[in-house]
Design a protein around this ligand. Structure first.
Ligand code: 5GP
Ligand code: ZN
Length: 119
């Protein structure tokens, strides 16, 4: 699998940087954001180093489908309240103007009672 030795999220996948794990399988890793904006705030990433949503290829279709299907399950597991009163927000910052700081595709999942610190 493609890893970038200088990427902090690849290092998290490999356990070289510690994280609070939410979920792991052979293709996907999820962990709590170190600087949460909301009562629930975790990141879902492919284990493969894909730079951003803009870098996806046709071969990633099933992987991205699995990530989307996993998100509501993990959101509930991590304490997001049920739809429609609860729910959650997903965000994937892409590129400089998209506000992306870490260049490894990640989906923010945020939820829980308001107000939130941001967003
Ligand atoms: P971006 O702005 O790229 O969408 O968001 C990157 C996110 O990664 C930020 O919310 C930031 O708090 C989080 N983050 C950056 N470095 C680390 C880290 O080493 N560990 C964890 N758990 N989160 C990180
Ligand atoms: Zn990476």
């Amino acid at each position: 699998m493609n890893h970038d030795p200088n990427c902090i999220f690849c290092k998290i996948v490999e356990g070289k940087i510690p994280s609070r794990k939410v979920y792991e399988d052979d293709e996907i890793f999820a962990f709590h954001d170190i600087n949460p904006w909301a009562p629930v705030h975790f990141l879902v990433i492919p284990k493969e180093h894909i730079t951003s949503i803009a870098h996806l290829e046709d071969r990633h279709a099933a992987l991205m489908g699995r990530i989307m299907l996993l998100i509501p399950k993990l959101a509930a597991q991590e304490g997001c309240n049920p739809y429609p009163e609860g729910g959650f927000r997903i965000v994937s910052n892409t590129g400089a103007e998209g506000g992306q700081e870490v260049q490894h595709l990640h989906i923010h999942v945020m939820g829980g009672a308001r107000p939130w610190k941001r967003g």
